[in-house]
Every structure is written in C-alpha cells, then in structure tokens.
Design a protein around this ligand. Structure first.
Ligand SMILES: O=C(O)CCC(=O)C(=O)O
Length: 326
C-alpha cells in the first residue's frame, strides 16, 4: 500500500475512533481498523482491538499492536495535546511613555492625593525676549557648584546653581542661604509670572546645565519649606533638554519604578512648564545626562518658600530619591 493511502486509512480510523473512547464499538471503526489490522497481519476483530488499544490503554498496548499502531497512538496523543488550550501567563506591561509636545494643560494622574497637572507654554517668551534673558543671566548670575550629601558623603552637584529668595532653601542635605539681591531681569520675569499665573512665587532656584553632561537626578520638590502641594513654575532658556517624570509606585512595590507611568517633555528656549496639584507628592522628575552635544541651558524654577513654624530645619523633608545620585 502506498504511504499516502496508508496514512489516509490511519487518519480515517482516528476519525471513527473518537466515539469509541466512551465504550461503543461502532461499525465504522471495525471496518476502518480491519483494513489497517489486515496489513498488520491480524483478523478484523483483533485488528479493531489492536488499533483501539493504544488509544485507550497507553504505550504498552501500542507495543502489542505493532509499530504502526503505536506510531498512530503517539500521533493521536500529540494531536490531543495540541488542542489543549493553555491560557498564556499574564505579563505585566510597562506603560508606554507619554510624550507632551504641544502647549496645553495636562492631567497626568488623579489619585488619593489629588490631581497632578502640568501646564506647558512652549513660547512663553518670544525668541527675542528669550535670547536677551539667556545671554544676560548666563553672564550675570552668581553661578557656583553646590556640594550635596548622600548618606553622609559629599558630592558635587553636576550643574551650577544660585538662589534668590527671602528665606534659605535646603535640598540634598545642603542649604542655599537667603539672597534678596534679585537681578532686575529675573525680578521682572518673576513679576510677570505673578501677574499671569496669579501665584505668590517668592523665590527662584536658578540652574545652569553647562553641556549635556550636566543633569539633575530623580527627585520631587517636596521639601518642608515648599509647603503642601507646591507649585513650580520653570522657565527654560538656551539649548533644549528633556524633563522626564515618573509616577511613584505604590508602597507594596518597594520603590520599584519598573511599571511606573512616565511622561516626557522637551523644554526649549523660552518655554514655561508649571508643575502643580499633587505632582510633587505623586511623581518624581529628572533631567538626565545626554551623550551627544548639548549647549548651555539656564533653567529658572520659581517657587514659594514658606517660613517654617519652628524656624528653618535643614532637610526636614528631603528630596525623595534615596541618595539622589547623579
Ligand atoms: O532643569 C529642569 O528643568 C528641572 C530642574 C529641577 O528639577 C530642580 O532644580 O528641582
């Protein structure tokens, strides 16, 4: 018998074999098996038993029935295995990063601590205003490198900073002294923000990223002197850098940000980003180092510093990334 015909018969026997598994010895089965068993050298009746046995009695019966029946039984088992549906394990997906590229108001989360909101104004300053402000502030501000502390160890913050405000400001276990000598350009920008945003911004942390290697690590602006639900109004000048935000994971996840939501905003020359609501409670942000050329960038983060009821306690509540390493 040709191999093809033989396979057709074997398959036919399987087709009629199925009902028998519940105990019936149907005629269709007998005729099909008769032909197959004839080839194996048995009578019709024994042939029926021989092909039925491997299906019901396992591999030992297959041995009795000869190699072909055993092969058929093995194949039948494979077919049955194939049809067994197994639900794939539920894989937890990393949420895609949300990119904010147009000006507007964005609710980035809403939870027990409230709504976290970003407001982005790409052209808050005209190019002319931004160019003027950038060249003036780059030259005139008293930039210096701050020494921070992580687990008691000092490290140089990889950017230059200066501080303006009636009160001191402490972050990363190092204090910037009160400084009321506002340069006129910075003061006029603060007054413009006061009138346009109607926020009592009384202080400014100025940051200079000299090139792509300067950065600020993941943190929240959540120090005690910023009070509850701090608002940060951040004006950028110079080269574009990317600000990333990541949602703080629930406590049960033990500080693992793998599955946290992420938001990305490119902050260009003359842009204003306002972070408000629960953003500092529920999210962290960073400006990461970049490995291609970046020119200098000045970032002015206007904020409201509150007098602390029991006087200033440096680092009463710290930035929330342990170590805050860069
Ligand atoms: O440079 C920026 O855009 C962010 C600065 C910042 O997060 C900070 O100084 O707290």
């Amino acid at each position: 018998m040709s191999d093809r015909r033989q396979r057709a018969r074997v398959q036919g026997s399987w087709a009629s074999q199925r009902p028998q598994r519940r105990g019936a010895s149907g005629h269709g089965a007998a005729s099909g098996h008769g032909a197959a068993s004839g080839h194996a050298g048995h009578g019709a009746a024994s042939g029926h038993g021989a092909t039925a046995a491997p299906l019901e009695a396992g591999p030992r019966a297959g041995l009795r029935a000869g190699p072909r029946a055993s092969w058929a039984a093995g194949l039948q088992r494979n077919i049955e295995e194939k049809f067994e549906f197994q639900r794939p394990p539920q894989l937890r997906e990393v949420p895609p990063e949300r990119v904010l590229d147009s000006s507007g108001e964005f609710e980035i989360s809403a939870g027990p601590s409230g709504v976290s909101r970003l407001r982005l104004f790409h052209n808050f300053l005209s190019t002319e205003e931004a160019d003027w402000m950038f060249s003036r502030l780059l030259q005139e501000l008293p930039w210096s490198q701050k020494t921070n502390y992580s687990r008691g160890e000092p490290y140089e913050e990889p950017r230059l900073t200066c501080w303006f405000g009636d009160l001191p400001y402490t972050y990363s276990h190092s204090t910037m002294k009160a400084n009321t000598q506002w340069p006129p350009d910075l003061l006029s920008l603060r007054l413009r923000l006061l009138s346009e945003l109607r926020l009592p911004l009384n202080s400014c942390l100025c940051n200079l990223y000299r090139d792509g290697h300067d950065s600020i690590a993941w943190h929240s602006d959540d120090e005690a002197e910023l009070g509850p639900r701090p608002v940060i109004a951040s004006v950028s000048l110079g080269d574009t850098r990317v600000l990333r935000l990541r949602k703080k994971p629930p406590q049960a996840e033990g500080g693992d940000f793998t599955y946290s939501e992420h938001v990305r905003v490119a902050l260009g020359h003359g842009s204003l980003l306002v972070m408000e609501g629960a953003t500092q409670d529920d999210w962290q942000h960073q400006v990461a180092k970049e490995y291609h050329d970046r020119g200098p960038r000045v970032n002015l983060t206007f904020r409201t510093i509150h007098p602390e009821p029991r006087g200033h306690t440096p680092g009463a509540r710290g930035r929330s990334t342990p170590g805050n390493l860069h």
